[in-house]
Design a protein around this ligand. Structure first.
Ligand code: SF4
Length: 286
């Protein structure tokens, strides 16, 4: 059960260090999709909000009104939508906050990048074709339904996401399939480029083994695949093994890239540094 609440905020354009915009815009606080490996769970400010991540969504109903004002004073050239939420989650259909945000950005000729995994975005193709959408990074994966149901049970299905990406590509929307996270021994990226014939590139990100809830993620994987327990434990504890594992994944991806003659980008998290979380040994099967 998700708790939805209308809230008013004091600022919508927030400065960011992410190199996809000078400011981020998040029309909601919280996310219905509740992905277990969502990095927002490790965000210390957001985690202060009462409630389990995925159990609430605050709807920032005055976001459009604020944006109109802040654009005039801050004069952004490019912004990022959806750094800590999915702007196109289902509640957007009722409130159309993101829709209004896109209309305002288009009107003021502000460019934007978008992060999402929601096929609902195809409802906004007309707005995205106005010339100010720079890039949409659309998160996908390719794992068994059982693993998906364990790790992102409330997110849209992969097949639907693949179809949405291809529909957007057909409409010449600048969309990049973003394969994330690569789950060791579980994510299948073989022939991934064939799934998106019109995509100029595909980007990849490895599982971040330093997420605050990594133990929980691994417990869920091991509950379905007990044979992977030792491999995941070694990835958590052994830097040499970790580095050689991801180096071999990179090689596998590059092999696919060469066959497909496409562009790509691969992001692998450094061993033991992201968020500086400490690994505490646990019983992975509990
Ligand atoms: S869709 Fe994005 S913001 Fe929402 S829970 Fe998943 S990773 Fe987090």
């Amino acid at each position: 059960m998700i708790e939805y609440k209308e809230v008013k905020i004091s600022r919508i354009l927030n400065p960011t260090g992410i190199d996809l915009g000078e400011y981020v815009i998040n029309p909601f606080m919280g996310c219905e999709y509740s992905c277990l490996y969502c990095y927002v769970r490790s965000n210390k400010v957001i985690s202060k909000r009462q409630g389990e991540w995925g159990s609430y969504v605050d709807i920032r109903i005055n976001a459009p009104e604020l944006l109109e004002k802040e654009i005039l004073s801050k004069k952004p050239k490019c912004v990022l939508l959806g750094s800590t939420t999915d702007c196109f989650q289902n509640i957007e259909k009722k409130y159309a906050i993101t829709k209004q945000v896109l209309e305002i950005l288009n009107k003021h000729k502000v460019y934007y990048n978008i992060l999402t995994r929601s096929p609902n975005i195809i409802e906004y193709i007309d707005l995205l074709k106005k010339g100010f959408c720079k890039k949409i990074y659309f998160t996908i994966n390719n794992t068994s339904p059982e693993i998906k149901n364990k790790l992102e049970p409330k997110s849209p299905g992969f097949e639907l996401r693949f179809k949405s990406i291809n529909k957007m590509l057909d409409e010449n929307i600048p969309i990049v399939p973003y394969f994330s996270p690569i789950l060791p021994w579980l994510s299948d990226f073989k022939n991934i480029f064939e799934l998106f014939p019109k995509a100029g590139s595909v980007e990849f990100e490895g599982l971040n083994m330093n997420l605050i809830n990594i133990n929980d993620i691994i417990s869920k994987i091991v509950s379905l695949h007990p044979a992977l327990k030792s491999g995941y434990e070694k990835l958590l504890q052994d830097k040499a093994f970790y580095d050689s594992f991801w180096a071999s994944i990179k090689k596998d991806i590059i092999r696919e890239v060469i066959i497909a003659k496409k562009n790509y980008n691969i992001y692998i998290h450094n061993f033991g540094t992201y968020f500086n979380n400490k690994y505490s040994p646990i019983n992975l099967t509990k």
